[in-house]
Design a protein around this ligand. Sequence first.
Ligand SMILES: [Zn+2]
Length: 69
Amino acid sequence: MTIKLDATNYSVVVTCTKCPWWYGFADHKAGGWRVGARHEERAHPEIDQARRALDERNRRARHAASQRK
Ligand SMILES: [Zn+2]
């Protein structure tokens, strides 16, 4: 795991194990993965962990939405 999310009641702090000086904020976990994926794309193009996590979340969200009826 390179991108890590630390969720509190108020916000999500996004950190990168390879860049201790870098961090980002988001309102919720999906936003946190988006922030992480953006950092990963810029700083670690060889890693796709956060982008895959984001894809997986989107896929599951779409699936959940289609099950809701
Ligand atoms: Zn990094």
